[in-house]
Design a binder for this molecule. Sequence first.
Ligand SMILES: Nc1nc2c(ncn2[C@@H]2O[C@H](COP(=O)(O)OP(=O)(O)OP(=O)(O)O)[C@@H](O)[C@H]2O)c(=O)[nH]1
Ligand SMILES: Nc1ccn([C@@H]2O[C@H](COP(=O)(O)O)[C@@H](O)[C@H]2O)c(=O)n1
Length: 226
Amino acid sequence: MSKLFRAVIMGPPGSGKGTISERIAHNFGLKHLSSGDFVRENISAKTEAGVLAKTYIKKGLLVPDHVMTRLLLPRLVEMTKYSWLLDGFPRTLAQAEALNSACDLDIAINLNIPLETLKERLRHRWIHPASGRVYNMCFNPPRVQEIDDITGEPLIQQEDDRPEALVARLRHYKDVAKPVIDFYKAKGILYTYSDTETDQIWPNICTLLSTRIPTIQSDARCASTP
Ligand SMILES: Nc1nc2c(ncn2[C@@H]2O[C@H](COP(=O)(O)OP(=O)(O)OP(=O)(O)O)[C@@H](O)[C@H]2O)c(=O)[nH]1
Ligand SMILES: Nc1ccn([C@@H]2O[C@H](COP(=O)(O)O)[C@@H](O)[C@H]2O)c(=O)n1
């Protein structure tokens, strides 16, 4: 059996983690594990961790480390037979250390996108709340304006994506992400990509993964759309 591949993808809000994760999952057959989706599932299911997490998210705060790790690490145990890409976790050094105790990562992808680009993207971001499907009215618009392609249900814009809220989220991101980036740099597994366009970054990530993912999955075509 080929070795399992484990990666994380980091970057500020709107940097394209979800978009790139979908492409990686599609082209390389990894499971895309979105910590934001886990949080939302737990909130919907009203689990103890979900109820607690909601109180922080409502205030625009990060969910505390002990709640996030309690929520996430059991999901990784369910994934021991699979190669995966974790999106949105770790957000803090404590989360990175907890993840490090649970498993060995092969790579950490770090997206470095200019502030003006992030603001512009999030201004145009619409989501389908039930599935987490993400659209951008310029980059990947839905077929019918403000309607989800799959279910026909309405799309919404998140409060958090307003430019005023974004600046505060980004400031906070920079503070907490720096030690995580340094942690992965010191381990020699950090790969940083800087550009304004996902389509420019994607071929470089694809090249990296083509050399690192076990041969069973190496016939990937690096398509940008599923
Ligand atoms: N114009 C443009 N929009 C993009 C590009 N890449 C992604 N987007 C859009 O930008 C928005 C943010 O992308 P996401 O993939 O949701 O970013 P994220 O890092 O997962 O964001 P968070 O969930 O807030 O952490 C979405 O509306 C995407 O469709 C790009 O290269 N150009
Ligand atoms: N490690 C994490 C992951 C998520 N959160 C909270 O969930 C919200 C949604 O996450 P996205 O990855 O989909 O943006 C996020 O805004 C945080 O409130 C967290 O605290 N810690």
